[in-house]
Design a protein around this ligand. Structure first.
Ligand SMILES: CC(C)(COP(=O)(O)OP(=O)(O)OC[C@H]1O[C@@H](n2cnc3c(N)ncnc32)[C@H](O)[C@@H]1OP(=O)(O)O)[C@@H](O)C(=O)NCCC(=O)NCCS
Length: 172
């Protein structure tokens, strides 16, 4: 399918909400929920949103700005909310927010925020085009613009890192 034939899709069409009860097997040595567990769940929620948008297999190409603002405890109900903020030609940025609810008291705290970039791939593992994101509200428009800026920074960083690696290799 040619790029121009792709029908734009709205943010709400691929929104994902995932809730998981934290059990003892999710704990670290302190007895709180392990950060890696939250990262994995966030990656899965983001991947599902990217698959819903592209209706294609996807791979993670970048994760940044993952914050851990409050601890999560065994017994909490963790809820992850994932939605697209930006699409390039083959890449999609997904914003994931995480909350933890104590089901005994009803208290809900915001615990994490992260941005993931996924790329849609074909059967050969090559990047392929995704539908453009239609942004409807002023908030979605702002998030799209911020996502575009973050993606431009990621590309610059990636190019710098490639150049540094080549320089190191040529010196050794
Ligand atoms: C993702 C992958 C297919 C991209 O291949 P590639 O040859 O770099 O392809 P391109 O250079 O055409 O980049 C494809 C898109 O990814 C984006 N991209 C590539 N590297 C990036 C990075 N470090 N950060 C953000 N975006 C990046 C490009 O900007 C491009 O987006 P666009 O089409 O919207 O402009 C390849 O790097 C890969 O297979 N990586 C491993 C993925 C993986 O195993 N993930 C973990 C398990 S899911």
């Amino acid at each position: 399918m040619a790029d121009q034939d792709l029908v734009p899709k709205c943010v709400s069409e691929s929104h994902v909400t995932l809730s998981v009860l934290m059990n003892p097997e999710h704990a670290n040595a302190l007895g709180n929920v392990h950060g890696g567990v939250v990262m994995k769940l966030a990656d899965e929620a983001a991947a599902l949103a990217a698959m819903r948008h592209s209706r294609s297999p996807v791979v993670t190409v970048a994760i940044d700005s993952m914050t851990f603002e409050e601890p999560i405890y065994v017994g909490n109900l963790v809820t992850l909310s994932a939605e697209l903020t930006y699409t390039g030609r083959t890449s999609m940025e997904i914003r994931v927010t995480v909350t933890a609810e104590d089901p005994l008291t009803g208290s809900v705290v915001h615990t994490n925020l992260a941005y993931f970039v996924f790329v849609a791939i074909d059967r050969q593992g090559h990047p392929h085009p995704v539908p453009p994101l239609c942004v409807e509200t002023p908030e979605e428009q702002l998030r799209f613009q911020q996502g575009q800026e973050r993606q431009a920074q990621r590309k610059q960083r990636h190019q710098r890192e490639l150049a540094e690696r080549q320089q190191t290799n040529s010196e050794s």
